[in-house]
Design a protein around this ligand. Sequence first.
Ligand code: SAM
Length: 245
Amino acid sequence: MLLNHTPSPELSPLAIGEDISPLPTIKSAGTTEVDFSGLLTKPLRLHEDLAQGCGGQLWPAGMTLARHMLRYHRDDLRKSRILELGAGGGLVGLAVAKGCAVDGPLYVTDQAGMFPLMEHNITLNDLSSRVKAAVLNWGKPLPREIVDLRANVILAADCVYFEPAFPLLMATLTDLLTLCPSATVFFCFKKRRRADMQFLKKAQKTFRVVVIEDQDRHAFSRQGLFLYTFSSKAQHKQLPETKNR
Ligand SMILES: C[S@@+](CC[C@H](N)C(=O)[O-])C[C@H]1O[C@@H](n2cnc3c(N)ncnc32)[C@H](O)[C@@H]1O
């Protein structure tokens, strides 16, 4: 994998173990080039800057989900309406826009503090014609342009890391799957605390949760990373033959 800038530390400010809280390793701002183990011929350029929040650096679940999408969904997303939640600097969405056949617009979303970084990274990769940045706060009403998008492919990586935000994220996922019952959420997270599995239990009660195949599963499972699709249970009942997406 090509990484010209200091790789994002595993001990990020929020990668806290269950019993100990190591001092955070704050990464200095800079631009990283990443080709996802050679899956991109021309690397993605990502500016990382933690000044506005933890999303300002690349996270391990984001790397895993981006690699999965590039490997398994390169050619089947052209007509999809794609939305990334908690995008940080836009790692997953921008990788998909760059390496998969996508007509767009693809939306990368996060809280207001991350907006300039998402915009900067869209420009850095010359993706302004196909990728848009938007502010989407979990638990709040969906912005008009996101309602209008009616996303049918939703990407969420490393969005399970802060327990008070779990119900907010659940509410937004529920809103999105109500808006578009045929949508598929590609959901990747790293278990850091016991509570993280509570989010998954809640998701299993609410959505149809499927473990998806990935050639790297063995390796990323060892790092505590989980990769699933979520979809609407109601939709699945109506269409019993529906595959993962
Ligand atoms: C750990 S970072 C992951 C960033 C990126 N997806 C990745 O994998 O590199 C989690 C992201 O979720 C965003 N986030 C946290 N709470 C949020 C909320 N209530 N509404 C929207 N985004 C939120 C943060 O701003 C941050 O960018």
